[in-house]
Design a protein around this ligand. Structure first.
Ligand code: MTE
Length: 319
């Protein structure tokens, strides 16, 4: 076998990183021109394995809001992630014990394709998009976050759910060593969430893997978390290890903990108060003490995309 040494290789034979990236852009452009970008997954998400590494080949989404995003600092230091403690500052301080690699995701239930997939393999069929979304927490604060993610509708299509699949349930990792908060009693672990199949396949719903163009920080749900911008933040489950196609409504962590305060649907709705406080207004994190509270928008302002999903619903009862 002939092995060429580096000095036998002419510079013209070496593909620079820039050329390599251009070639990927060219393939992407050809795929878009041929209308095959969605179905073929021609580019595929390549996920770097180091903390906050930049992500490549991110396209911009027309579904983004024009509002100014919160700073990276706000987004990564004011978090809810009970697996790392109950205070907003706990996840940034404690989530260093989470190991986002190796990571695997189990896909199960009513689908043609199932299995346990290594995270990198799981990501390959999909393309990365930046989606700047307004996010609203049930505690009446909000942020604008430039997520990078993949369309959950594309993921669902890929695994080919059968006609029995009416819901999808998601579970977070359960590991007391990596997630010390699970040693406490705050919730029944693992953290669980669920969506109807219509909600999961709405174009707004994504699985996020990045923030501000970089790999998502541990405290925001590394390596992969759900983002559902018309629902209260608690629906956006972090650090997902299981996706299951189900025929009946799945159990969800907050509903199990307190069904009177937290419903399955959890749509942002200024008219349905949390039993202990009003949801009519919200405070934008990072706005400073002189920032006025703003009116909460029904479906967090995403009504044109999602109101049809709930047209026959009593939203007071199905909260
Ligand atoms: N996912 C897990 N596994 N554990 C949690 O405690 N908290 C939820 C949601 N996902 C939570 C979770 C709540 S209450 C909110 S408001 C959002 O994550 C916060 O996401 P962020 O920290 O990225 O803003």
């Amino acid at each position: 076998m002939l092995i060429r040494k580096p000095n036998d290789i002419r510079p013209s034979e070496i593909t620079s990183e820039a050329n390599y990236l251009n070639r990927r852009d060219f393939i992407r452009a050809s795929a878009i021109a041929g209308g095959s970008i969605i179905s073929s997954g021609a580019i595929g998400a390549i996920m770097p394995n180091s903390r906050l590494a930049p992500l490549e080949n991110i396209s911009k989404s027309f579904l983004s809001t024009n509002e100014i995003p919160n700073s990276f600092e706000d987004i990564s230091t004011y978090n809810n992630f009970y697996e790392f403690g109950l205070r907003k500052s706990d996840p940034a301080a404690n989530a260093t014990s989470l190991k986002p690699r190796p990571w695997s995701i189990k896909v199960s239930g009513h689908a043609e394709k199932k299995g346990v997939f290594d995270f990198d393999e799981f990501m390959k069929p999909f393309d990365l998009e930046e989606r700047i979304y307004r996010m609203r927490c049930v505690e009446a604060w909000s942020m604008v976050i430039p997520w990078v993610g993949i369309s959950l509708a594309e993921v669902v299509k890929h695994y080919q759910p059968t006609s029995k699949a009416k819901y999808i349930s998601f579970e977070t990792l359960e590991d007391r060593e990596q997630m010390p908060g699970q040693k406490g009693w705050s919730l029944d672990w693992p953290y669980r969430e669920g969506l109807t199949i219509e909600e999961a396949t709405n174009p707004l719903t994504i699985l996020a893997v990045g923030l501000y163009g970089k790999v998502i920080p541990n405290q925001n749900g590394a390596p992969i978390r759900l983002v559902v911008p018309w629902k209260y933040g608690f629906k956006s489950i972090k650090s997902i290890v299981s996706i299951k196609f189900m025929s009946s409504q799945p159990k969800t962590s907050w509903n199990m903990a307190n069904p009177y305060e937290y419903g399955f649907y959890a749509n942002v709705n200024p008219k349905v108060n949390h039993p202990r406080w009003s949801q009519a207004r919200e405070r934008r994190i990072g706005g400073g003490i002189f920032d006025k509270k703003r009116e909460t928008l029904i479906f967090n302002g995403y009504g044109e995309h999602v109101a049809h999903l709930y047209k026959d619903f009593n939203l007071q009862r199905n909260f």
